[in-house]
Design a protein around this ligand. Structure first.
Ligand SMILES: [Zn+2]
Length: 301
């Protein structure tokens, strides 16, 4: 039993999502738990998720656990730091600590890299950019089947490319960053109900014909299209996959972004020839892409 199966944990600021995964990305069991802050909180949340996965499997878990977590990750030491939203500032040896509790082999990876690898597994594409539209904006790359982390781990941080010299100050210390236009936080003014994500409220209002919402949606879609164009021109990947929390909007998001890409290409035979709209994809709804990637990434890249 457990042949080739692995466990993936996607640790985010609000929840830990765990899944037992087969080698082809098939999800065998899933569990989620609220993330408790700080080193002990993260360990406890992860352990609770693992316990409930073990129950779902009628006993023992596969002996390999892969973790995706925000922050700066040292894979060799199995440690993470600067995961500010998780209450972790200094280096924390997460892999060793969880291995000590479970007896499993534990590897850790930056959460965006893990999700990018998950997108590679699920899409079957060997040459892709994964554009994560969450609280922030960033991209990951699998190029010719290899994960691109970058010499300083900063590959794909396109959310902090300044696009508006007169724009707002960004938390990174620059001004007018793309993330301020094209991310979930850029839509926060539309978070009317605490339970409904701002992007959902905005797109629903736009679909009903609210002119202010239509303008805001189209501004947002144009920002995402800017990011797609940046990826297309810098890396020229075969496929660009929209992911992150905002991508749960599904087809309406894809439609708005491809419309914006076509508008950008209208006056440019050069851009038209690149045919970016046909390269943009969504993953099937609600798949735990981060946990799948964390489970299967191993030593890739
Ligand atoms: Zn910035």
């Amino acid at each position: 039993m457990n042949n080739g199966m692995r466990v993936g944990l996607d640790i985010g600021a609000s929840k830990v999502l765990g899944a037992v995964i087969e080698a082809d990305g098939t999800v065998v069991a899933q569990s989620r738990q609220k993330t408790l802050p700080g080193a002990d909180g993260i360990l406890d949340s992860a352990t609770t998720v693992l316990d409930s996965l073990a129950v779902a499997l009628d006993g023992a878990l596969p002996p390999h656990i892969g973790i995706g977590i925000p922050g700066i990750v040292d894979r060799d030491r199995g440690a993470v730091s600067h995961a500010v939203n998780l209450g972790l500032a200094d280096w924390f040896p997460l892999a060793d600590r969880l291995a000590g509790r479970t007896g499993a082999t534990v590897v850790i990876e930056n959460d965006l890299n893990a999700a990018t690898w998950g997108a590679h597994v699920l899409s079957g594409a060997d040459d892709l950019a994964y554009l994560s539209l969450g609280t922030g904006l960033a991209a990951g790359f699998v190029l010719s089947g290899t994960l691109r982390r970058g010499a300083h781990g900063a590959a794909g941080e396109i959310g902090h490319v300044p696009v508006d010299p007169g724009g707002m100050a960004c938390s990174c210390g620059q001004r007018g960053c793309l993330e301020l236009v094209a991310s979930g936080s850029a839509l926060s003014a539309w978070s009317a109900e605490p339970e409904a994500p701002a992007a959902v409220t905005l797109f629903a209002a736009a679909a009903k014909g609210n002119t202010e919402a239509i303008a805001a949606r189209d501004r947002f879609a144009a920002g995402v299209a800017d990011a797609v164009r940046m990826l297309g021109l810098a890396v020229d990947p075969a496929v660009i996959i929209l992911g992150g929390g905002v991508a749960h909007l599904g087809e309406p998001l894809l439609a708005a972004v491809t419309r914006a890409l076509r508008a950008q290409a209208n006056e440019s035979p050069f851009l038209t020839a690149l045919d970016l709209p046909s390269r943009v994809r969504l993953l099937p709804g609600q798949v735990p892409v981060g946990a799948i990637g964390a489970a299967l990434i191993g030593n890739a890249g």
